[in-house]
Design a protein around this ligand. Structure first.
Ligand code: SAH
Ligand code: SF4
Ligand code: F3S
Length: 461
């Protein structure tokens, strides 16, 4: 009764939450299985950010609960954002669910499962569905454990929960609640533990990561709590690379820009959501910046780190987005020259302030606009990768690549994916790689063996 399969939808924060649930379950004697067919318990960690994300998870939950007819001992739970968003209403659609757990209650999953399994093993009646959606003070401090038996070369660390912004299209403030930061010391402790288990790279996670702690912790020497945190993570021996996601233009000040000049472990890579290139639409989205301000921050960053890689999020088809508005988005998107981007077609979310505006832009137009941006992205991404061909980059080898024996996958500091022939013993090492060929998404290279010797010597001296 103790084999658990977790399927995760949504963002990195959800991935991190699932991993923490897996770690907590293992501590209680459960085992994680890679296939739902082998599982006694199936948990879906869900996302509500777009309608499609919810429909996917509901469809999956329908399939999975149908299997309970053949196997009445199977337990099925929904966790995360859609559980929080839809709550009890989910049971109308999916009456066979056993567990509905919200975003502040992940740490309660083991005890809920224990209780259900105890009831079933006592040959009692089918346990009642448990719905646990309340807010919980301090829940941001519960996403701390990592899976013990798997070395994570690159690990996610949630430094906060919730979001206090009010972007008019977005459901996250509803699903994730008020913004709450973890104490710096607890985050550093988590990272030190990761290092002891072999982690070399951390990505700090928050809905607006640069807002970290602004309400809870003081500024010191005009440095925000987030900058103080970056400095202290940079000082941890064994951590080689630091990334974070997602920052917001509001609060992206000089103290953070300066970090790119002075903190050697902070990678020259930034995910910086733009959403739109039209000030009129940004205003309607309740994004409190102009495209000029957004571009100014990128210019400041490029002034201190000319080689910085930048990715973004854009929504096309927000209600009222005219041809002129989209043309502005297209122009700024092209001029900035993003190295990567997540492009989204607008989806109405119930309860948001944009909901009453409906969804007047047709699917076809959204598709067309999306495609125009994808074409630009394909070109800029390819050009950036091609500019690296012939050069040597430092690559952190993460593990075997999907394609073929002896091939390994790693990333450059700019987060470009590299495939290289290597060996298991180099996993977790920073290795110099000469890049030989490029597509828009992937670089192929070869190890510079001499460079590795030097790197090792440097590391030992
Ligand atoms: N906190 C992050 C974003 C989290 S949601 C930030 O503010 O940058 C990830 C992305 O989903 C957003 O950046 C946005 O581009 C997209 N998104 C959010 N709500 C959406 C909606 N209703 N329709 C389409 N895309 C949406
Ligand atoms: Fe959503 Fe805006 Fe908060 Fe990001 S900042 S999670 S887009 S409300
Ligand atoms: Fe989705 Fe929740 Fe993340 S709505 S994008 S899983 S915060």
């Amino acid at each position: 009764m103790n084999r658990v399969y977790i399927k995760t939808y949504g963002c990195q924060m959800n991935e991190r939450d699932s991993e923490a649930v897996a770690a907590m379950l293992r501590d209680k004697g459960y085992s994680m299985v890679a296939s739902e067919k082998d599982a006694d318990v199936i948990l879906l960690n869900t996302c509500s950010v777009r309608d499609q994300a919810e429909q996917k998870a509901i469809g999956k939950a329908g399939h999975v609960t149908a299997r309970k007819r053949k196997n009445p001992n199977l337990l099925v739970g929904i966790m995360g954002c859609m559980a929080q968003n839809r709550g009890n209403e989910l049971l109308d659609q999916l009456p066979d669910l056993d567990l509905v757990v919200g975003t502040q209650k992940f740490h309660r999953v083991p005890e809920h499962l224990d209780a259900m399994i105890a009831t079933m093993q006592g040959q009692g009646p089918r346990p009642e569905t448990i719905v646990d959606l309340d807010e919980e003070i301090g829940s941001q401090n519960t996403i701390r454990s990592h899976v013990e038996d798997k070395r994570q070369i690159s690990a996610f660390v949630s430094i906060m929960q919730g979001c206090n912004m009010k972007c008019s299209y977005c459901i996250v403030p509803k699903t994730r609640g008020e913004e709450r930061g973890r104490p710096i010391e607890s985050i550093l402790e988590e990272i030190r533990e990761l290092v002891a288990k072999g982690t070399r790279e951390v990505t700090l996670l928050g809905q607006i990561v640069n807002q970290y702690g602004v309400r809870e912790f003081p500024f010191v020497d005009k440095k925000s709590p987030f900058v103080q945190l970056l400095e202290q993570v940079n000082d941890i021996d064994g951590i080689e690379r630091i990334r974070f996601t997602s920052p917001h233009p509001v609060g992206f000040r000089q103290d953070l820009i300066d970090c790119y000049a002075r903190l050697p472990k902070l990678c020259e890579y930034l995910h910086f959501p733009m959403q739109s290139g039209s000030n009129r639409i940004l205003k309607a989205m309740r994004r409190p910046y102009t495209i000029e301000k957004f571009r100014h921050i990128i210019e400041q960053l490029r002034a201190v780190r000319p080689d910085v890689y930048i990715s973004t999020d854009v929504i096309v088809g927000f209600p009222g987005e005219t041809e002129e508005d989209f043309e502005l988005t297209r122009r700024h998107f092209e001029e900035i020259g993003f190295d990567m981007a997540y492009l989204f077609k607008y989806s109405v979310r119930p309860g948001t302030t944009a909901e009453p505006m409906g969804d007047p832009i047709s699917k076809g137009i959204k598709e067309e606009r999306n495609q125009l941006l994808l074409d630009i992205l394909g070109r800029s991404s390819l050009a950036r990768n091609q500019s690296l061909v012939g050069k040597v980059e430092e690559v952190l080898l993460e593990g075997p690549a999907k394609r073929g024996e002896g091939m390994f996958m790693g990333r450059t500091r700019g987060h470009r994916k590299v495939i290289v022939p290597a060996s298991d013993r180099l996993v977790g090492e920073l290795v110099p790689v000469r890049l030989q060929s490029a597509t828009a998404s992937t670089l192929i290279g070869e190890l510079m063996l001499e460079g590795i010797e030097n790197h090792r010597e440097a590391a030992l001296s």
